[in-house]
Design a protein around this ligand. Structure first.
Ligand code: SF4
Length: 489
């Protein structure tokens, strides 16, 4: 999952993945004695984790609140993907310092990737922080908060090879009641040289598919109509009844008994069979692992959305090798061709792009632009390279592309993306799109907003439709980021 943002925020309508986007807990009152306020930064995985955290704390006497002034405990669930993300958290901690001065019994905890990256250094650097907890240690939160309430500093940043929180049903935070995230795996075994995730989220492990199907069924029964299956690299999802131990998996594969293993294609089929009225999305795919079996399974089910987030990062094979992405430009194009062949031109494809990676030449940057000419992505998350401490690139490669060159190259990528987002949207004109309504349009109370299968935002007049409805909309206009039309139902 390369959930990184564009430094110059132009096209990203899915800003939930922007490092400076924050989602706060909702007001909840089930009569619990204490109040938890949680702010979540970074990727969808982090937001899904905050829902797990809220559930664990709920079972230990905490209701969530949207007012941090009311809270007994404040958690910041942090992102560490870029320096900017950590600076945002430090600024926020300074804000809470003022409250803590007035309310010394307040417990402040830092969770997530920044906690895992910095560990006890964070307790030294940020005196007001009482609790530091990594992404695999959330079950320990009630104990750690207990220690903090006795005036101790508490920390647990142990990473796990088993933990998937499969038995914990998330408390849906800030949800519109229509779409929800389901994390299907944790950690990442890829070692992209620019990325901190393998160090902050540990080794890859897949969650029991039956617990995933149960969660999807529960959500459907509660009225949700879309689930997004989350993983750093969903294509390497692999699970077996034998407690998911790797040795057993490899042995079975060698013995040609792979059918005993549930792979990602099997999983999306199992979730799609919950109900034809439950849309299934997933993020993030990896070019080296996405199979034709997954694409054919997507084709087989109308309710598996025809949209793939397939981060390219660069269009040049030498740079991809330095990034340790383990595929070449040609392989990436091969995967895009397979998507187009099996799922057609209307299948939405988005990407992540890094401008100005270590030693990237002007020609290699042109390769990235020409890859965008070839694929014509619907939208992308774009940023320039920012070295992260502890990563392979930080250890082995020189961050030698000057900042102004990085910014200029990023701007060229953004301009190219703007052009193709508009071009791709124009291909959707004069067609009827099946839209799942997510709510009222931000710009007009008379209009509704939803998304089509290709993950594009569609705005249309409200009439008697409501959130959670599927509406057929004839699209007759568009902007770079939005399709506009009228319902035909
Ligand atoms: S190591 Fe690579 S695949 Fe894994 S989360 Fe980071 S960028 Fe994504």
């Amino acid at each position: 999952m390369d959930n990184i943002i564009q430094d110059i925020d132009i096209l990203d309508r899915n800003s939930r993945e922007a490092t400076d986007t924050v989602i706060t807990s909702k007001e909840e009152n089930t009569g619990k004695a204490k109040k938890l306020y949680i702010e979540s930064y970074g990727c969808q995985m982090n937001f899904a984790d905050s829902e797990i955290v809220s559930s664990i704390m709920k079972d230990n006497g905490y209701d969530t609140t949207s007012e941090f002034e009311q809270a007994d405990v404040i958690f910041l669930n942090t992102c560490s993907i870029r320096e900017k993300a950590e600076q945002t958290v430090r600024k926020r901690l300074a804000d809470f310092n003022k409250i803590k001065k007035r309310k010394p019994e307040l417990t402040i905890g830092v969770l997530g990737c920044m906690a895992e990256r910095l560990k006890d250094k964070l307790l030294e650097e940020e005196k007001l922080v009482d609790v530091v907890v990594g992404p695999d240690a959330y079950r320990d939160l009630p104990n750690l908060v207990g220690s903090a309430e006795e005036g101790l500093k508490a920390i647990n940043t142990l990473l796990s090879r088993e933990e998937t929180y499969a038995d914990i049903s998330p408390v849906r935070l800030n949800s519109n009641g229509v779409n929800a995230f389901i994390s299907i795996m944790r950690g990442c075994d890829n070692m992209c040289s620019f990325c901190v995730v393998p160090f902050t989220r540990g080794r890859e492990r897949s969650r029991d598919p039956h617990s995933i199907v149960r969660e999807a069924q529960d959500l459907f029964d509660q009225g949700y109509r879309e689930v997004t299956l989350l993983g750093q690299n969903v294509d390497s999802y692999k699970w077996s009844p034998e407690e998911n131990n790797k040795a057993w998996l490899e042995k079975k594969e060698k013995q040609g008994e792979a059918e005993a293993i549930i792979n990602f294609a099997n999983l999306i089929e199992m979730v799609a069979q919950v109900s034809p009225d439950l849309r299934v999305r997933f993020s993030t795919s990896h070019p080296k692992d996405i199979t034709n079996e997954v694409l054919h399974t997507m084709k087989k089910y109308e309710n598996i959305c025809k949209y793939i987030h397939l981060p390219a990062q660069s269009g040049n094979s030498r740079v991809l090798e330095l990034m340790n992405r383990t595929y070449t430009r040609e392989w990436y194009i091969n995967r895009v061709d397979a998507i187009r062949e099996i799922l057609g031109e209307e299948c939405g494809i988005s990407s992540d792009m890094i401008a100005g990676f270590c030693s990237e030449t002007e020609e290699e940057h042109q390769d990235t632009l020409s890859l965008m000419d070839y694929v014509k992505f619907d939208f992308s998350y774009m940023f320039f390279y920012s070295e992260r401490p502890g990563t392979l690139a930080a250890k082995k490669l020189k961050d030698d592309v000057p900042l102004e060159v990085k910014k200029r190259r990023l701007q060229e990528i953004i301009d190219k993306q703007r052009q193709y987002s508009f071009e791709r949207n124009k291909l959707d004109l004069n067609k009827v799109h099946k839209v799942l309504v997510e709510g009222t349009s931000k710009r007009s109370e008379e209009h509704l907003s939803g998304r089509n299968s290709a993950n594009k935002v569609v705005i249309f007049p409200k009439k008697n439709f409501k959130k959670g409805d599927y509406v057929n909309v004839f699209v007759d206009d568009c902007t770079t980021a939005t399709l506009l039309g009228n319902s035909v139902d």
